[in-house]
Design a protein around this ligand. Structure first.
Ligand code: PLP
Length: 481
């Protein structure tokens, strides 16, 4: 690595010289990660971070040695990030990543396959198809099941609901991609619970149905969809002459991790000809554990399923999938072009662009396959069960604590609680002060109007001692307020 880089040495080539240069860069990257100190985050303020980061000249007239650039990234950026592998990082569905996935990221970037067309990703296309077939089987879908990788749970939900909308239009012999929404669409509704992720509303908004097309049904005290309320909603919509085109079940809600009763919802979907989308962004990984998968019974009735590998499958962002019951559903969104997916390719040359709302797309399937093959089902199941057990341990401890109160019994990896006598502003102060001081990245939310704090356990290396420590820190901070 010379001081002034020669661009000829900075283009990745996969020959000996290219790979040697890459390996040197990797060593430097690893060194840069040594700048990260213990704890969930540094205590630098937004102003300090702004000053540090804006001190970097984005594109100097003459380049700087890679070594220096990487060192600066280490001391300025990585050192001031959030550390998902720290046991006190418990705010979000934000996991530490797995080694096989992270090292495979390098190969994904170095080989730079693009998943839109077979002629940019021949073996990679087969890998993604193989992974999607495996996932469809794991869910219990018929052999017609398959899917596509997306950038996240939001994108997968939008894609699933897009298919539902196109399917509803196709039933009226309307090609919605060509002629837009039919007049009947004004009466279309999408049903989900009041704990479903906001991306359901976002999908309806983007699809031209409007957020008001999403109607929410009540949930039980554990946060899962109340089936009696669903039945009442279906009846009410029909009485009003409205048409429920889709119902969304959530397998693991964002805050409480609640699992909707998917069998009962799936049966209603069949009975009333609704598309059944399951948002299993959070709970989908439970399919890997014999003990936990019972909570997902009924997922096999779905027409489409969101699975987020970058949550409880410990993949670095981005890695998500939308899996469908019948691969032909993707024809509902296929757009042909002159340069991609022309439809006249040789037998077997699948262009995945036909399944996606993206065109160019990363080969994220590779890191998922590398991780699944390296860890295997047994270890992954064990890791998940440990996290569920940690959430239960936290719940039991909080339940017995005089200063704290559990909001709901955990159904998966979250534990939501508040403190009697402390108002929303007190909880806000606790969470914000711990964040500002770099002591804990704690979750804060509101469940049915009740302000609450939240632990989301994503780190399989965390222990019950860590949980005790986190609870003690929160209580100390509450008392200090
Ligand atoms: C239930 C659920 N669905 C979807 C999403 C969106 O996922 P992403 O952040 O990957 O877009 C989330 C995010 O937390 C979620 O909890």
């Amino acid at each position: 690595m010379n001081d002034i880089p020669d661009w000829r040495n900075l283009v990745v080539t996969l020959d000996d010289d290219g790979l040697t240069a890459l390996a040197r860069g990797v060593d430097r990257v690893i060194e840069s990660l040594r700048s990260v100190e213990e704890g969930p985050r540094s205590n630098r303020s937004p102003d300090q971070l702004h000053e540090l980061v804006t001190g970097l000249e984005i594109c100097p007239e003459v380049g700087i040695a890679l070594e220096t650039v990487l060192e600066e990234l280490g001391s300025i950026v990585w050192a001031n990030g959030v550390v998902p592998s720290d046991p006190a990082t418990v705010a979000h569905l934000h996991p530490p990543a797995l080694v096989p996935a992270v090292v495979t990221e390098l190969a994904i970037a170095a080989t730079n396959q693009s998943m839109d067309s077979w002629d940019q990703a021949p073996a990679a296309t087969e890998v993604e198809l193989h992974l999607m077939q495996w996932l469809a089987n794991l869910i219990g879908l018929p052999d017609s099941g398959s899917g596509v990788m997306t950038s996240g749970g939001t994108a997968s939900n939008v894609l699933g609901i897009t298919l539902a909308r196109s399917w509803a239009a196709a039933k009226l012999s309307v090609d919605v991609l060509k002629s837009g929404l039919p007049p009947q669409a004004a009466d279309w509704r999408i049903i989900c619970s009041n704990q479903a992720h906001f991306s359901v509303q976002r999908a309806a908004a983007q699809l031209g149905l409007g957020r008001d097309a999403v109607v929410t049904v009540a949930t039980t005290s554990s946060g899962s969809m109340d089936i009696e309320a669903l039945d009442a909603m279906i009846e009410e919509l029909s009485r009003l002459g409205l048409h429920a085109i889709a119902v969304v079940g959530t397998a693991g809600t964002t805050d409480l991790g609640a699992l909707d009763p998917l069998t009962a919802i799936g049966e209603r979907a069949r009975q009333h000809s609704m598309w059944f989308h399951v948002d299993a962004a959070v709970g989908g990984a439970f399919l890997l554990s014999g003990r936990l998968r019972t909570g997902l019974a009924g997922i096999e009735l779905a027409d489409s399923v969101t699975i987020d590998f970058h949550k409880l499958w410990w993949q670095p962002f981005n890695a998500s999938a939308l899996v469908v019951r019948d691969v032909e559903s993707f024809d509902l969104l296929r757009v042909k072009s002159n340069y991609l997916d022309r439809g006249d390719e040789l037998e077997g040359m699948v262009n995945l662009v036909g399944r996606s709302l993206d065109t160019s797309r990363r080969f994220d399937a590779a890191k998922v396959v590398a991780s699944l093959r390296t860890l295997g089902r047994h270890a992954l199941g064990e890791m998940l069960e440990h996290l569920v057990d940690l959430a239960r341990y936290a719940a039991t401890t909080i339940d017995a604590h005089p200063r704290l109160e559990l909001v709901a019994h955990p159904a998966s990896v979250m534990c939501v609680f508040d403190a009697p006598g402390a108002g929303p502003d007190d909880l806000r102060r606790v969470q914000q002060h711990l964040l500002a001081r770099g002591e804990m990245v704690l979750g804060r939310t509101s469940i049915k109007g009740r302000a609450a704090l939240k632990f989301t356990f994503m780190n399989p290396l965390a222990t019950t001692d860590d949980v005790d420590r986190l609870i003690a820190i929160v209580v100390k901070e509450l008392d200090a307020n």
